[in-house]
Design a protein around this ligand. Sequence first.
Ligand code: MD3
Ligand code: FE
Length: 204
Amino acid sequence: NTVQIAPEAFLLKGFLLGQSEALLQSLSNVIAANPLRHMATPNGYQMSAAMTNCGEWGWVSDEKGYRYSRRDPVTNELWQPMPIPFVQLAISAASTAGFDHFIPDACLINRYAVSAAMSLHQDKDEANFTQPIVSFSLGLPATFDFGGATRDAPKVAVYLEHGDVLVWGGQSRLNYHGVRRIKPGVHPLLGPYRYNLTFRRSQP
Ligand code: MD3
Ligand code: FE
């Protein structure tokens, strides 16, 4: 059940549903080793989503800026390797959307409580824009705004539910995007939260 939402951008509706048990077990292992935390932004705010990472590289933010780091600044240890179910599902989602040879080296985990959001931005901290991005949605639903190449370009609203996967690359790789405020609710497996796992290639 693949829906194209923009050039080289696809929604794979319910793609994770058969695998959610393995996925949630792996997710809880990662979070136990590298706790979710609210990172500071360079302009003195805090991200409303709590974040952690797994994989060779992790995305971090602090008063000095955004960057990819091999170590968790909270534990000072390397991030956990990406769990096998994460890697397998990310590669297979990319390939389903027509992107072969996707090799992610970074997985950012975002946890949104009710009322959390992510304002419109571009993902441009990676040194490789040739590979796609794959994102898994779990828990509470969200409305995602998929924009264009400039901040004021028209946006498409995409409703993301537990088990959905977004894959985009090529000419949509640098599009603006954001997540609207999470509405109150309780998910039967994940409680009052939405989790998003974003797989990227951060290094050349
Ligand atoms: C479309 N996360 O962590 S993932 C992020 O749901 C981020 O947590 C959102 O944006 C979330 O940076 C959205 C889907 C996504 C990510 C990057 C994109 C869609 C995108 C880049 C270009 C176009
Ligand atoms: Fe983003």
